[in-house]
Structures are given as structure tokens and as C-alpha cells.
Design a protein around this ligand. Structure first.
Ligand code: PGA
Length: 253
């Protein structure tokens, strides 16, 4: 069965004590995850080690970095490599979030390099894709997102692709309170899976978890996650409130 994942993306929020309290509150809810369910926390870099230590007490809870660099090592002041993340036992890394693409000029080719480095160091990339509003309004979202997948993922062998998690995040729904309807989410997720199937075969495509991101809330998570091809969510704003994220984790199928 495909992994069902509730992934928190804290972005550049929370002080260290606030982060500790939020994790404690969530763990105190004592949610027992099923074998196929995971909760993942993408936290600011200085909190990675603490988060990993705290989550180690619970099964199926994981820490994620929010980004890594597309070079192996060297004179790149301020950057963090996949090797560094691996050396502190980080198992997930968000790659190609739309905020990275927009504010830091990350393109599909650089993201392909980041994906390769993550895989080299046993880190599961959570690869983000999704279209801006203008593309959605022109009804060109399918080919736009297909190109993102092709240019960043399709150089991988099937056994490498199987290690990737995809997050579909329509940019017009991120932080806007405007969620894609369940029909829109399911339609795109099914399309992405068909694109993967065309390239790698149905068996491989059926193994890939595809998360939905963009204004996932406590109140809409259950409905979104119930879609056949939606395997959980990547959650920004609502992951900063313990009660809300607890409910989102409990909404996993
Ligand atoms: P949001 O962010 O839930 O606040 O819309 C999602 C994301 O950017 O990953």
C-alpha cells in the first residue's frame, strides 16, 4: 500500500522554544500511526537535530529539511548539502517548493541535481510541483506540471523514482486560503500518476505517494485525503497550530 503522509512545512516560522512546544503538543496527542502512515516535519535548519531527537521516540514520525543545495560540497557559504543532512540522520528533504522556485530562482534542472544528491545520500525528496494562477486560468496546468516532472525526475531509473514523494501544490492555493476543490485535486493527481505510468509503467506509478498542498486545513483534510490519488498533504499555515495539525494527521487514510 502507498505511504500516506501528513507533512508539515513550517517555512521560516517559530522560535526554538515555540518549535519545541509545538512538537511536544503534537506528540502528546499520542496518535498511533498505521504502518502505511507517516507524519513528517520540515523544520528550519537549526531545529533539525532537536526535531529528529524528539521524533525518534515515536514510530513513523520523521524530520525533513526544507531545502538542500545542488552541489555536493565546497565553497557555497550558507548552503546545506544532502551529505550534511545525511550525517545528522535526516531522512526527508523538500525539493523545489514554489517559494524556492519563485524567490530563489530554482529551475527544473537544478532541482534534478538536488534530487540526485538526495538519493545518493538516502534522503527521500518531497518533490514539489504545481502551476501558477495564470497557467490554471489558461487551462494549461497539465502540460505545465508534466514538464516539471519530466525535467526534474524522468532521468531517474524506476527503482530511484520509487523513492520519491511528490507534492502537487497549485501556487494559487498556497497561503491564500483558496484550496483546490477535491475534484481539482483528484483530477491533477490522477493525471500526474498517468504521466508517471506512461514513463515507468503502472506498477511503479501506483507506488508513488502524491501529496496535495495549498491551504490544507483541519476542516478540509479528510475530504481531500479521501480522494483515491491523494496520499496526504504538505501543510504550511495549519501545521503551525498543534490542534489543527493533529486533526490533519488523523485525517490520513
Ligand atoms: P499553506 O502552504 O498550507 O499555508 O497553503 C503549503 C505549502 O506551501 O507547502
Amino acid at each position: 500500500m502507498r505511504k500516506q503522509i501528513a507533512a508539515a512545512n513550517w517555512k521560516m516560522n517559530l522560535t526554538y522554544p515555540q518549535a519545541e512546544n509545538l512538537l511536544t503538543d503534537i506528540l502528546n496527542a499520542n496518535i498511533d500511526l498505521k504502518e502505511n502512515q507517516q507524519a513528517v516535519f520540515a523544520v528550519p535548519s537549526p531545529y533539525l537535530i532537536m526535531t529528529n531527537e524528539v521524533l525518534a521516540t515515536k514510530d513513523n514520525y520523521f524530520t525533513a529539511a526544507q531545502n538542500c543545495y545542488n552541489k555536493k560540497s565546497g565553497a557555497f557559504t550558507g548552503e546545506i548539502s544532502a551529505e550534511i543532512l545525511h550525517s545528522i540522520d535526516i531522512e526527508y528533504c523538500v525539493i523545489g517548493h514554489s517559494e524556492r522556485r519563485e524567490y530563489f530562482g530554482e529551475n527544473n534542472k537544478m532541482l534534478a541535481e538536488k534530487i540526485d544528491l538526495c538519493l545518493e545520500y538516502d534522503i527521500t525528496p518531497i518533490f514539489c510541483c504545481g502551476e501558477p494562477l495564470s497557467i490554471r486560468e489558461a487551462n494549461a496546468q497539465n502540460s505545465y506540471v508534466e514538464t516539471q516532472l519530466k525535467e526534474s525526475l524522468f532521468h531517474l531509473a524506476a527503482d530511484q523514482l520509487e523513492k520519491i514523494v511528490i507534492a502537487y501544490e497549485p501556487i494559487w492555493a498556497i497561503g491564500t486560503g483558496k484550496t483546490a476543490t477535491t475534484a481539482q485535486a483528484q483530477e491533477m493527481h490522477a493525471y500526474l500518476r498517468s504521466v508517471l505510468a506512461k514513463q515507468y509503467g503502472k506498477n511503479v506509478a501506483d507506488l508513488i505517494s502524491i501529496l496535495y498542498g495549498g491551504s490544507v486545513k483541519a476542516g478540509n483534510a479528510k475530504e481531500l485525503f479521501s480522494c483515491a490519488d491523494v496520499d496526504g498533504g504538505l501543510v504550511g499555515g495549519a501545521s503551525l497550530i498543534a490542534a489543527d495539525f493533529i486533526q490533519i494527521i488523523q485525517s490520513l487514510k
